[in-house]
Design a protein around this ligand. Structure first.
Ligand code: F3S
Length: 398
């Protein structure tokens, strides 16, 4: 890979340990994927924040990098393993909180914004169309590529950090226009009646697209929160982190439509629900916000729980960014949700918090949330917001 004089110096350690380590990571990646050079990135989203996933080895790695590593571009952070303020309320142990705070301290020292959200585009890390970025977090990567039209590969935590310290990433994969051409046409005949249908649609298209780039037709309208949910689902269940929806997402690239066509019918969505949902009636946790809730979603939750009481057998979590929560505080949504017995889970989420063994079952609006909850050994139910809130109030899935 061609390196500029400045990049050579970084690689030789003239700019310190973190810059050298970062250049080694970027160079190795570039060599594997055949990149010819590094390109500048406008922003970085770093995943791998939860101590639950990092462990002591990960914390040590971050501490080493934080000694002299400072980010060169706007860099935001994925959810951590706990609400950084109200972790006690969510049942997090003192030991875990202590370690998680050390992880956050290391990121803060590097100059990273402690945003702790998987929807950075809702809180100010919003690339422009065509901009190169280096993001990790599959749902955010898919949103950046598909809904915004920015260009990013699906980075891992270390490669995203490396890009942040250098301000560049190897130019390969989805940074190149020739790799952003759709591979398969998908016509959606299915009716999308409720929010969770977008998760089911993502499941179905993800499975059928199987590591290809879908060009989707037949969808007449989509709200931002629906697209956010679809992004999380379609990539979790199998497609590349890029899709096009005719008439809805930016499709300005000049490509010929692929010959392979698949059709998604109502029966495919039913099949998705059957695969995502387990046989379970008693619901111990209801979690909304995968990806993190927008303020619009928080407002809707407040409207639906107003004057109701969450079952004593069930916990009800609203996972969102601290920024959305601050708006919710001002508008009175927080008070309504907490009065009903709900809890805010800011800075964290149902997949990265240490939940294994705490809850046997979960209900959510998110197909991705179900996928990761099964990793946490929970039985899962996916449904509309209304169905999930009913489960939170009655403790049962009907
Ligand atoms: Fe976000 Fe966690 Fe879901 S990172 S997309 S809320 S699994």
């Amino acid at each position: 890979m061609y390196l500029t004089e400045r990049e050579e110096k970084m690689l030789n350690g003239e700019n310190g340990y973190a810059a050298r380590k970062s250049m080694e990571i970027l160079l190795a990646l570039g060599d594997i994927y055949g990149a010819e050079r590094l390109i500048e990135v406008g922003s970085v989203q770093v995943a791998g924040v939860s101590y639950h996933n990092l462990g002591d080895a990960g914390l040590e790695f971050l501490n080493e990098l934080s000694k002299d590593g400072r980010v060169k571009v706007l860099t935001t952070l994925n959810p951590a393993g706990m609400d950084l303020e109200n972790w006690r309320q969510l049942g997090i142990s003192e030991d875990f909180a202590e370690k998680q705070n050390l992880v956050i301290d290391a990121f803060e020292k590097m100059g990273i914004l402690i945003s702790c959200t998987c929807a950075p585009y809702l809180i100010g890390n919003l690339p422009r169309y065509g901009e190169h970025v280096a993001w990790s977090e599959s749902s955010a990567v898919t949103f950046a590529n598909s809904v915004i039209g920015a260009k990013t590969n699906r980075e891992g935590g270390p490669s995203a950090l490396a890009a942040a310290f250098v301000g560049k990433t190897p130019c390969y994969g989805l940074h190149l226009d020739q790799n952003r051409i759709p591979d398969i046409q998908v016509h959606v005949n299915a009716r999308l009646n409720k929010f969770s249908d977008w998760g089911a649609l993502g499941y179905s298209i993800g499975k059928k697209a199987a590591n290809r780039i879908p060009y989707i037709s037949g969808i007449k309208e989509a709200e931002l929160d629906e697209l956010k949910s679809f992004c999380a689902s379609v990539v979790t269940y199998g497609s590349k982190p890029l899709f096009y929806i005719k008439g809805i997402t930016p499709c300005s690239e000049k490509f010929e439509l692929p010959r392979d066509v698949i059709v998604v019918e109502d029966k495919d969505l039913r099949e998705a629900y059957e695969n995502i949902n387990d046989e379970v009636i008693d619901i111990e946790l209801v979690c909304i916000g995968c990806p993190h809730c927008s303020i619009k979603e928080v407002a809707k939750i407040a409207e639906l729980v107003k004057g109701r009481k969450i079952s004593p057998n069930t916990e009800f979590w609203v996972a969102t960014s601290r920024f959305a929560k601050q708006l919710a505080d001002k508008r009175g949504y927080t008070e309504v949700i907490e009065k009903a017995g709900g809890k805010f889970a800011c800075d964290t989420c149902m997949a990265v918090a240490p939940l294994k063994g705490r809850f046997k079952s979960v209900a959510t609006t998110s197909a991705k949330g179900c996928y990761y909850s099964r990793h946490n050994k929970m039985l899962t139910k996916m449904g509309s917001l209304e169905e999930c809130i009913e489960a939170a109030v009655t403790g049962k899935w009907n």
